[in-house]
Design a protein around this ligand. Structure first.
Ligand code: BEZ
Length: 251
């Protein structure tokens, strides 16, 4: 997927703003060596560095890394794939915010994380859990099928596991899960009744691939109307996010 890094920074700042509370779980100690996996435009990577750690941010998107480097020239970033990365010097912790749901091949990812950690090192992350955005996914599927786009209706690219599924996976790769939670977090969308369309443009553009522009707008309006009773609370729109957060220690 090709990312629009500027739109991400401008209209989807909530992604890294919520991530700031995941940093509390990471509990960085000065001098630690930390990998930020899926660093996006690098806001949280910079916060980690400001806590006194030595940090490297990686992301599979060259557009995100270009923006991260431009905004934070004193932070170390590189383009790398979450299921296939390797570093000579091991880390005290691997941190990841709002990224793991994009990655298919979680066994490879968890193995790369484990290989890159010191014994006793921690993997601390938040991402979309089972049921994340289920109302938006259902509404989008319904409208696309009405318009005859049954194939696009199924094109949901994300991995939203249950807590049991993901923690079992971590355990099967030799991690001890010391904290895990699966919780609802209504997440504000920007720009009122345009927020759903903007979210889909940013994160779900695969749903609309190849649809003529006029029809796209009609589809987005119908999706917005279907979601309004659940998403619009007095003019502020919220998406039905469900998060998984965990801390896992490499034994
Ligand atoms: C999330 O943060 O939950 C998310 C973001 C974009 C697409 C899917 C999920």
């Amino acid at each position: 997927m090709k990312w629009n890094a500027e739109l991400y920074d401008d209209k989807h700042a909530f992604v890294f703003q919520y991530g700031e509370s995941v940093l509390d779980l990471l509990d960085v100690k000065p001098g630690e060596r930390i990998l930020d996996l899926g660093c996006g435009t690098g806001h949280l990577t910079r916060n980690i560095q400001e806590s006194g750690a030595e940090v490297i941010g990686i992301d599979a998107s060259p557009e995100m890394i270009a923006q991260a480097k431009e905004k934070n020239p004193d932070v170390n970033f590189s383009v790398a794939n979450g299921t296939d990365f390797h570093f000579e010097e091991p880390f005290d912790a691997v941190f990841s915010n709002a990224t793991l749901h994009w990655i298919h091949g979680q066994d490879s990812l968890i193995q790369c994380v484990s290989d890159s950690l010191k014994p006793g090192g921690r993997f601390v992350a938040e991402f979309g859990g089972k049921g994340n955005m289920e109302k938006l996914i259902a509404a989008t599927g319904q409208v696309l099928r009405q318009h005859g786009y049954a194939r696009l209706a199924q094109s949901q690219p994300w991995y939203f596991p249950s807590l049991g599924e993901y923690t079992s996976k971590l355990e099967s790769h030799g991690f001890r899960v010391t904290f895990a939670v699966h919780f609802d977090r209504k997440t504000p969308l920007q720009d009122g009744d345009k927020g759903v369309a903007k979210w889909i443009a940013m994160f779900g553009s695969q749903y609309l691939e190849g649809i003529p522009e006029g029809e796209k707008q009609e589809i987005l309006e119908k999706i917005t109307n279907l979601l309004e009773p659940d998403y619009n609370e007095g003019g502020q729109w919220y998406a039905d996010y469900k998060r998984l957060r965990f801390v896992a220690v490499k034994e």
